[in-house]
Design a protein around this ligand. Structure first.
Ligand code: ATP
Ligand code: MG
Length: 770
């Protein structure tokens, strides 16, 4: 038997060794479902299955990459490279590029992100003269998204009286028209939104039997992780593709189904047995991730749900400490408790930042936690906030790049046609849109034929439009023979974007310019990385696809040591030694929106189950008596979920009487904090009875890098200090002169041996310490 199979227990071996046929593994959190999928793929390859014939669908691209790496360790990199692995969106975006022409799309179609889609919907609402307070663009967007995920096309919408009625009841009788316009405009712009990537794949597989046959034949073995969270559209794709060979292995946990609000359908798990012949069902019961206290507490929670499959989860791990429950007065104090507790833990137990995660129900909760972590110089990383690629200046550069690849891209065009300013006004743009709609062409096409159409613009404006067209076309000419980096660099200079920020001269302007510089570094790295991949060329369109489908988790290279902050939804599948679940309050968690029906409440409870089962060693639950929400101080009550946990697994503490967690500033905690005072205050860790000794502290202070007098990175946080010699993949060897900023924005100023002085964002710069 292959050596690597010894990484599995008996129960895990069974589904791993079943080579053919449909199978489902249903098992609780931490029981090794993902591990089974990984090892199973290696095993299939050892049995002669060609990696080109294996398709594995994961929840994030990061998960796919990690899986691929583990498999590569077993079977070797050259073989593992050929596996088809990734999220539904990334895999099917690739397939759609091959087959785009069948659906009338160009193969270089743009992928609209949520922001692009929402901007387009917002302009459509405006153009149609509708009331934007009734037709709220975000609501309209999510409505359209849910139609698409249920495969309700525009045509189907207009045939469905019930749907139309429900929109009319919601005072939005013209939803259907907006939907129609949105779909038309995307099509004309050669753009697909995220939901289209699934919808169009379904269309492709249904309308073209030969295409279906081709992919059925290619993907002879299909594996799906987190199957409980597939939506209807994804379900149909998997079903269609696996229909011929029926070698389908899905793993999931009904107790972790948390995306119903986005259309995930738990019935996909429940009905799996009915969908295929001779389905083998496997169960795993042993949890390897967490302590007994955590596993049993999690079991006691999920027991309260009525709708569930019967499952046993146990662990042979130690009991571990009890789950700590803590009451704080305000959200600011909650943040301080979390930061102080992480600090103490690190000091006492020599832990790394990366061993901690703070999980919350809503993104807005991160601010108080961030403030507190910053004050203690504890580096953190927020997942799911505004990602690098969503920043304005980055989206501006990307919009130019998108236009080069697909000039029909309406959202990209509208973004940069007058940025940097070139005297093309809003009225002109609106006229162009009207003309484009009238002639049923893209805006860019209209601009290319200004002589042939009737358009009310003066000669000066006309010349400016023509100049813009000429510029984009010159970029296209270059793009035909250059790689993504060369084009991106040229574009950033030629369009005047870099100069714009240089001229600006404010710290924000400089930060923006540096971000663009970092984007260029990223493109360079991408191009170099692509050279290793068999059929990739490092072209601009490859880069844009990569960016469009990158999620926040994907950018995490794992190189830097930071506390992870994220919503519980994002934490699915991940694990951390220490987990803080904050905001355990009624109306927040469970969310106020979810208390109307049992179904909704049960989904919240599953979310809590997911949160708690991320913890390996220790979990903390915190709640506050009052919290700022929507700009007001609101009284809060402890979450019912705390009470639902069997008390024997909990330990309550009240930090108000515990001087260790004394607020760092002796201000009225309800009052405003004078930020200028903060810098002078020292962390209170030294006062902690279990904290480091005076001698230790002296040593630490001595080692702490001193730059410009401002507090710098924490010693435990990174090996980088002023004076560290490093190597950068592109700029070569150099020495760090200075570090500045914290969190995502931490930068190092480096003098490179080849003469250059550069400021690099640490989360992007790939530095090797020499
Ligand atoms: P989740 O439901 O949260 O996605 P999962 O069922 O996918 O969890 P894994 O992430 O595969 O579980 O495994 C949980 C942890 O247990 C991982 O750290 C994994 O490496 C470890 N593990 C799984 N199986 C074994 C085993 N047989 N021996 C030792 N460790 C194991
Ligand atoms: Mg998993």
């Amino acid at each position: 038997m292959e050596q690597y199979l010894s990484q599995l227990n008996e129960a895990q071996l069974a589904p791993t060794l079943q080579k053919d046929g449909p199978m489902i593994v249903i098992a609780g959190a931490g029981s090794g479902k993902t591990r089974v999928l990984t090892i199973r793929i290696a095993y299939l390859m050892s049995q002669g299955v060609d990696p080109f014939n294996i398709l594995a669908l994961t929840f994030t691209n990061k998960a796919a990459r990690e899986m691929k790496k583990r498999i590569a360790d077993i079977v070797g990199n050259s073989e593992a490279k050929n596996l088809w692995m990734g999220t539904f969106h990334s895999i099917f975006a690739k397939i759609l590029r091959f087959e785009a022409d069948k659906l009338g799309y160009p193969s270089n179609f743009t992928i609209y992100d949520t922001q692009d889609s929402q901007r387009l919907i917002s302009s459509i609402i405006k153009e149609m003269g509708l009331d934007k307070d009734i037709y709220k663009y975000k609501q309209v967007y999510s409505r359209i998204s849910s139609y698409k995920n249920s495969l309700i096309t525009v045509k189907a919408y207009f045939q469905n009286g019930e749907l139309q009625e429900s929109d009319a009841m919601a005072k939005r009788p013209r939803m259907g028209e907006i939907y129609q316009n949105y779909v038309d405009r995307c099509f004309k712009a050669g753009a697909m939104d995220f939901d289209d990537l699934l919808l169009k794949t379904n269309e492709l597989l249904t309308r073209f039997p030969d295409v279906l046959l081709k992919y059925q034949d290619r993907f002879r073995y299909i594996l799906v992780d987190e199957y409980q969270d597939t939506n209807h559209s994804q379900y149909l794709i998997v079903r269609a593709l696996s229909d011929r060979f029926q070698n389908i292995c899905v793993v999931g946990d009904d107790a972790q189904s948390i995306y119903a609000f986005r259309g995930a359908n738990i019935n996909n798990i429940l009905n799996f047995q009915k969908d295929y012949d001779d389905v083998k069902t496997y169960r795993l019961e042993q949890n390897y991730r967490s302590t007994k206290n955590i596993v049993q507490a999690a079991n006691s929670i999920i027991d309260k749900n009525k709708t569930k499959l019967d499952k046993v989860v146990w662990t042979a791990n130690d009991d571990g400490p009890k789950i700590i429950v803590n009451r704080l007065i305000t959200d600011a104090e909650e943040g301080r408790f979390v930061a102080a507790s992480i600090w103490d833990n690190k000091m006492n137990n020599q832990l790394k930042n990366g061993e901690f995660a703070v999980l919350y129900r809503t993104n807005a909760q991160s601010r108080a936690i961030e403030d507190a972590l910053r004050k203690r110089d504890i580096p953190y990383r927020i997942y799911g906030g505004l990602s690098f690629y969503q920043r304005k200046e980055i989206k501006d550069v990307l919009a130019y790049l998108r236009l080069i690849v697909n000039p029909a891209d309406e959202e990209a065009l509208k973004r940069v046609i007058n940025y940097p300013t070139r005297g093309i006004g809003q009225t002109t743009i609106e006229r162009l849109v009207v003309a484009a709609n009238h002639y049923n062409r893209s805006i860019f096409e209209v601009m290319m034929h200004l002589d042939k159409i009737e358009l009310k613009i003066n000669a000066g404006t006309k010349r400016k439009l023509e100049d813009f067209v000429t510029m984009i076309r010159s970029f296209q000419v270059m793009n035909a023979n250059a790689d993504a980096f060369q084009v991106a660099e040229h574009v950033s200079k030629k369009t005047g974007l870099i100069q714009e920020f240089k001229k600006d001269g404010t710290p924000e302007g400089i930060a923006r310019m540096e971000n663009i510089e970092e984007l260029l570094n990223g493109v360079k790295d991408f191009v170099e990385g692509q050279q290793e991949i068999a059929d990739a060329t490092g072209s601009l369109s490859e880069f844009l696809e990569d960016v469009a489908l990158a999620t926040d988790l994907d950018q995490d290279t794992g190189d830097d040591d930071r506390v992870a902050l994220m919503t519980i939804h994002l934490a699915k599948g991940l694990e951390f030694p220490h987990v803080y679940i904050v905001g355990m309050e009624e109306d927040l968690f469970p969310s106020a929106m979810s208390m109307n029906t049992r179904t909704e409440l049960e989904e919240e409870r599953r979310l809590f189950y997911v949160a708690l089962t991320r913890a390996e060693k220790q979990a903390y639950l915190t709640y506050t008596l009052s919290r700022y929400r929507w700009g007001k101080l609101i009284d809060a009550e402890p979450s019912r979920f705390i009470e639902e946990i069997d008390e024997q697994y909990l330990e309550y503490i009240t930090p108000i009487n515990d001087r260790r967690y004394k607020p760092m500033i002796d201000a009225d905690i309800f009052g405003e904090v004078d930020k200028s005072k903060l810098r002078l205050k020292k962390p209170i860790a030294g006062k902690s009875p279990k904290g480091p000794s005076e001698e230790q502290l002296r040593k630490l202070r001595k080692l702490k890098p001193v730059s410009d007098g401002a507090p710098t990175g924490n010693l435990f946080d990174s090996d980088l200090v002023a004076g560290t010699k490093v190597n950068h993949t592109r700029f070569g060897r150099g020495e760090i002169i200075k570090l500045e900023g914290v969190g995502q924005d931490k930068k190092a100023e480096i003098r490179f041996e080849n003469g250059g002085l550069k400021k690099l964002l640490l989360r992007f710069a790939k530095l090797e310490v020499l």
